[in-house]
Design a protein around this ligand. Structure first.
Ligand code: HEM
Length: 193
């Protein structure tokens, strides 16, 4: 993919080194970190709610709705930023043009006016109109790849290992000390065939 970007031409113009590096940093953050968070968060939740793991084992076709629920329950990207373009009032707060706001995707994914029992992790939830990949014209360009990676990962892990057990101490592992990416710092598990 790096080679494709190096050779990408637009009306005789190529990307300079700085632009190329900026794009690659962007892609690593947008694509690699987020997908890693999804795999870790999903594994954490099926281990915390083992009846959901059993259901997925017994009915592997549920992996699709399970991944949507993993994305909803712990949005890997908790916020997106927006610049206000015209004066608007949201929930009683007046916003002026030019203001920068953080939109809480993780909070929207637990909106009780949209999701029934939003704090319940349910791998069969349907419909599941979460906004973990954003919304509108900037909707995640890599969403299909991330969904494919997560499907491949959970299908393979469930097929290969009969036993998957949590190996962290306490109720949940330590979360990353940041507001942007949501995932445990690490997720020790014991795997057995
Ligand atoms: C679970 C994995 C992923 C999550 C949760 C995620 C989340 C998001 C979100 C919330 C946005 C919207 C940003 C905004 O509205 O400001 C976005 C945009 C974007 N994502 Fe992803 N993403 C994931 C995977 C990927 C992958 C695998 C790639 C590329 C290989 C990727 C590339 C991008 C790019 C380039 C944008 C910008 C699109 C635009 O501005 O038009 N993402 N992503």
């Amino acid at each position: 993919m790096i080679s494709i970007l190096v050779h990408a031409e637009d009306e005789g113009q190529f990307m300079g080194e700085a632009e190329l590096i900026a794009n690659l940093i962007g892609l690593v953050n947008a694509g690699q970190e987020t997908t890693g968070c999804l795999l870790a968060n999903g594994m954490l939740r099926v281990l915390q709610f083992p009846e959901q793991l059993d259901r997925m084992r017994k009915a592997p076709e549920l992996v699709g709705t399970a991944i949507e629920e993993m994305l909803r329950y712990d949005a890997p990207a908790q916020f997106v930023a927006r610049r206000v373009t015209e004066a608007v009032e949201i929930a009683g707060v007046a916003l002026q043009p030019g203001a920068i706001i953080a939109v809480g995707l993780g909070a929207a994914n637990r909106d009780e006016t949209v999701f029934e029992v939003p704090d319940k992790f349910d791998i069969t939830r349907h419909p599941n109109p979460h906004v973990a990949f954003g919304h509108g014209r900037h909707y995640c360009i890599g969403n299909a790849l991330a969904r494919l990676e997560a499907t491949t990962f959970f299908t393979a892990v469930l097929q290969k290992f009969r036993r998957i057990l949590p190996a962290w101490e306490g109720q949940t592992p330590k979360w990353r000390p940041t507001l942007s990416f949501r995932s445990p710092v690490s997720l020790p598990v014991v795997l057995g065939s």
